[in-house]
Design a protein around this ligand. Structure first.
Ligand code: SF4
Length: 461
């Protein structure tokens, strides 16, 4: 593949446009006019290596940076009603998958929100829904669970370990108490350390720690303090997230009082701070025996096999996903769908209430069709944003074309900016270190005009 390069100075690029963890983003979803039946949607899909995701939209506090679909607390038996609805949904979805061919889940995850907001007994029930309703063999496949310092209690962790959890991911964000406060996530380091001790005692094979850089007042020294505190636990994985201040989040409402100002000058200084702290964090982890998997993800090089491989036979670029719960997405080859979506707390509460009173889960409500062009973009995006890069032969085997022929302008632009690794072996499209650092600019540059327009027209609520 030939990529045109330019020697002129690259234009200034904002490095932090958006985190592309899924494409198309939910803000490009719309109510589906004919509410297609799940049975029809899944009829012709391969179902022998699905991924199962259960979404628990409850947290004890709302972190200032968070725009995930979650609410604070759960009054009046709301968790019970939510789990009842989740169970009804699981029955309907499993029925829609049919029994004509093999239905098998190759990986499972409980996310949120904070799944461990549920009590130990409720977590047992959640596992029962996954196993008995959906048929997922949780003890035989990778099972990842998100947790928080205050909810990672011994009884909950014991349930998760017993039911087959292979990975626990804890959002710490910062080991410096003042930084945690500045990110509107009040917590004490002593409580965080105690939670990490309980997780290690539970002997779940993979521990992931999430940290954030770019917090107001954070310095290279304090960032290294957090990184070293995390490294002391020898986590199998570490995710380093740049801080974003997104619309409708707590930090956004607080404006300059807590978060960095979004005005041009401050924005540039903040971009520079984040790029600097990213490089410090990356270099520190590489020097401590970690490999870079993507801009955010680092893996301990000598971690056990569970951490090295991920799900054995699930490929996120191609295989289907079943999401249960009101914030979860599901993917068939041709349609991505979910329940409604919001960031504002009042809207979230009313969507959760509606979910708990829903009886008919047999249809897709909100979503976006993924045509051949979008499937190519998604494949390119999800592979290119991994440090290992995109084997061109895989892309060609799936689509019959080359990424260089499908996306010549985009790839030429990336090459001109120095984002592609010129030393990559033939047949491998791989980002350079500069490209990886700019993943949050590169990803959005691959969005289609249609998705871009839908996201721009989305009315935030
Ligand atoms: S960051 Fe995690 S713990 Fe904090 S509000 Fe969001 S989902 Fe809940």
């Amino acid at each position: 593949m030939t990529i045109t390069t330019s020697t002129s100075a690259p234009p200034a690029v904002r490095p932090y446009e958006s985190y592309v963890y899924a494409y198309p983003h939910k803000t490009a979803y719309r109510p589906l006019a004919d509410r297609p039946a799940l049975r029809d949607l899944w009829a012709a899909e391969p179902k022998d290596a699905l991924s199962l995701y259960l979404h628990i939209p409850f947290c004890e506090v709302r972190c200032g940076f968070c725009n995930l679909f979650t609410r604070i607390g759960a009054p009046e038996e709301l968790t019970t009603r939510y789990l009842d609805a989740l169970d009804r949904q699981a029955v309907a979805v499993r029925e829609a998958l049919g029994d004509e061919g093999p239905v098998r889940f190759a990986a499972a995850a409980f996310g949120g929100g904070t799944p461990t907001f549920l009590t130990a007994g409720e977590l047992e029930r959640l596992c029962d829904t996954a196993e008995k309703r959906m048929g997922a063999e949780l003890r035989s496949v990778p099972l990842s669970v998100e947790t928080s310092p205050s909810t990672a209690t011994a009884d909950r962790l014991a349930v998760l370990a017993d039911r087959g959890a292979t990975r626990v991911s804890i959002g710490v964000q910062s080991f410096v108490d003042a930084e945690a406060r500045a990110a509107v996530r009040p917590q004490r380091r002593a409580d965080v350390e105690a939670a990490l001790g309980r997780i290690r005692e539970a002997a779940i094979p993979v521990l992931n720690i999430d940290l954030i850089y770019g917090i107001d007042g954070q310095t290279e020294r304090s960032w290294l303090t957090s990184l070293d505190a995390a490294l002391a636990w020898r986590p199998e994985e570490l995710y380093l997230y740049p801080l974003y201040v997104r619309p409708l989040t707590g930090l956004h409402r607080l404006g300059t009082a807590v978060g960095p100002d979004a005005e041009a000058l401050e924005q540039t200084a903040w971009d520079e701070q984040r790029l600097r702290l990213y490089a410090v964090g990356r270099d520190h982890l590489l020097a401590h025996g970690y490999e870079q998997v993507s801009m955010r993800m680092f893996r301990r090089a000598d971690a056990p096999r569970e951490a090295q491989d991920g799900p054995e036979d699930y490929a996120c670029q191609t295989d289907g996903m079943i999401g249960l719960g009101c914030g979860a997405r599901s993917y068939t080859a041709g349609l991505h769908y979910s329940f409604d979506y919001a960031v504002d707390m009042r809207e979230i509460r009313s969507i959760i209430d509606r979910f708990t009173t829903t009886d008919d889960f047999s249809r897709a409500e909100v979503g976006r069709f993924v045509d051949a062009d979008e499937a190519r973009r998604r494949h390119l995006l999800q592979s290119l944003l991994q440090a290992a890069g995109l084997p061109v032969a895989d892309y060609r085997a799936r689509f019959g074309t080359d990424p260089g022929a499908d996306f010549p302008a985009e790839l030429a632009k990336f090459a001109a900016r120095g984002w592609l690794d010129r030393a990559a072996p033939d047949g491998l499209l791989r980002l350079s270190p500069l490209g990886l650092a700019h993943s949050d600019a590169l990803g959005p540059a691959l969005f289609s005009p249609g998705v871009r327009a839908a996201m721009a027209a989305y009315e935030r609520k």
